[in-house]
Write a protein that binds this ligand. Structure first.
Ligand SMILES: *Cc1c(COP(=O)(O)O)cnc(C)c1O
Length: 477
């Protein structure tokens, strides 16, 4: 592609992107494809000869786009939203254009220093207590793995190089914790049996007295409580674990406290919601994902640590070819995580925070939370529906339960599964499910940048319509 062709196609592409963002709400949100459809439509081997860009683009529209799930659709209520925004997209284009590897200060001084500045901005926006230093990671899963590795090193006297050093260490998280915790425990070499799943209360938050018992029992058996992962906003129901009580237990046992606020953390920029992080002053580390709720493209995960020395002792290995004369005076973010090469992720964060301002970002979060609360109110007022968990933020967990049906009627799971499938078959909205207290639960997560009241109303209308189409006599499961 010549520079002139690049210019022409680039302009055309930006027009395409602007049209897409404007019209995405008119597309089917979830595609109508079966497994293998797209692979079968593509050639088995690569082309030997160069193909014109127009042909590649035409195939993108013909073969790829119809197989995409549209995360930018305002009817997006599934999982948690993965937002982007026009300023973030433009910044990603610049990042791609610069193509810099931002592993060391020297390999792009501005990238390192902008990352320091934007992380300090985020710490300020979350009103974190002094002492936290931030670094951008790809995902919350990676950040939680870093916390587990740092905790392992601290608890074992930095013995990570000795085989089996983690064997007597124990990790604690609620039964509702994200799967990345169990995965991190496995990857960090604690051994799967090291993870203690602590029971939750009626609001699906960790029960601190159960944690106290588990830690005391392990300590008296000669095991070492190394780390507690507390959730602020669980993925199933946005339950908020009690950080003050957990922090107190961690201090007593010398355990690392990692806070997983992957989705809900963004809400803490809103003063009246900041209380979700009460007790964060006890934490050793915290992660939240601007790529979920702060309008920044995936991937951008903000990891804050209190003890940078432990982080560096855990991750620093400097081969000769990476040494530079600046090392004593600068931060080299390659030592703050697993990978060596790093994308320039701070740029999109900077573009977004400046383009919206903190007030603009707060307004987005407030709108989503208000819409979710309104939806929760409709569910509560409807005789044939019920809430299955508190809805403190943007997520509503509910199900259809026809009047007169017992709460533990075994037919309800199947009924709700069918209802959800019918709602999603509309192509207008996309909702997903979880299981809470053994019950099939429909999740409506409000958090897509373009979602307005009309889209939440449409979701509620589709849910009620699907309920009236449900078999009146629930079929046996
Ligand atoms: C989404 C989520 C994660 C995983 O986030 P990734 O960035 O995709 O790894 C972890 N914990 C919670 C609570 C989440 O909601």
């Amino acid at each position: 592609m010549t520079p002139d062709e690049f210019r022409t196609h680039g302009h055309e592409l930006v027009d395409w992107m602007a049209d897409y963002l404007r019209d995405v709400g008119t597309r089917r949100i979830v595609p109508r494809v079966r497994p293998g459809d797209i692979r079968r439509a593509l050639p088995d081997g690569p082309p030997d000869e160069a193909e014109p860009f127009e042909r590649v683009m035409a195939d993108f529209e013909r073969l790829i786009l119809p197989g995409m799930t549209h995360w930018n659709h305002p009817g997006w209520f599934a999982y948690f939203a993965a937002n982007n925004s026009p300023p973030s997209i433009l910044a990603e284009m610049l990042t791609a254009t610069l193509g810099a590897q931002c592993m060391s200060w020297q390999t792009s001084p501005a990238a390192t220093e902008l990352e320091q500045v934007t992380m300090a901005w985020l710490a300020h926006m979350l009103d974190l207590p002094p002492g936290f230093t931030g670094v951008i990671q790809d995902t919350a899963s990676t950040a939680t793995l870093l916390a587990l590795l740092s905790a392992r090193e601290r608890a074992s006297g930095f013995a990570g190089e000795r085989l089996g050093a983690g064997q007597r260490l124990r990790v604690y998280a609620s039964a509702e914790a994200h799967s990345s915790v169990a995965k991190g425990v496995k990857l960090a070499g604690y051994g799967a049996e090291a993870l203690r799943q602590i029971p939750v209360d009626g609001r699906y938050a960790l029960r601190p007295e159960a944690l106290a018992q588990a830690m005391a029992r392990d300590a008296s058996a000669g095991l070492v409580p190394a780390c507690v992962v507390a959730a602020v906003g669980t993925t199933s129901s946005t339950a908020i674990d009690p950080l003050p009580a957990i922090g107190e237990l961690c201090r007593r046992h010398g355990a690392w406290l990692h806070v997983d606020a992957a989705w809900a953390g963004s809400a803490a920029i809103v003063p009246e919601l900041r209380h979700i992080l009460d007790g964060v002053e006890h934490a050793d580390s915290l992660v939240f994902n601007p790529h979920k709720w702060l309008l920044v493209n995936f991937d951008c995960s903000a990891y804050f640590v209190r003890d940078v020395d432990t982080l560096l002792r855990t991750f620093t290995i400097t081969p000769e070819f990476l040494r530079t004369a600046h090392d004593p005076d600068v931060v080299n973010f390659r030592d703050w995580g697993i990978q060596l090469g790093r994308r320039f992720r701070a740029l999109k964060l900077w573009f977004v925070i400046r383009s919206y301002g903190v007030e603009g970002l707060r307004a987005t979060v407030r709108r989503h939370v208000a819409l979710a609360r309104e939806f929760a109110g409709w569910v509560e007022a409807a005789p044939d529906f019920e809430l299955l968990a508190p809805a403190p933020l943007g997520l509503v967990c509910f199900r259809y339960r026809p009047a007169g049906t017992a709460p533990d009627d075994p037919a309800l799971d199947g009924l709700n599964r069918e209802l959800l499938a019918r709602v999603n078959a509309s192509g207008r909205v996309f909702l997903t499910h979880t299981v809470l207290g053994g019950r099939f639960t429909i999740r409506l997560a409000v958090g897509q940048r373009c979602t307005e009241r009309e889209h939440v109303e449409e979701a509620w209308r589709l849910v009620r319509e699907a309920a009236t189409q449900a078999p009146s006599e629930p079929a046996a499961p």
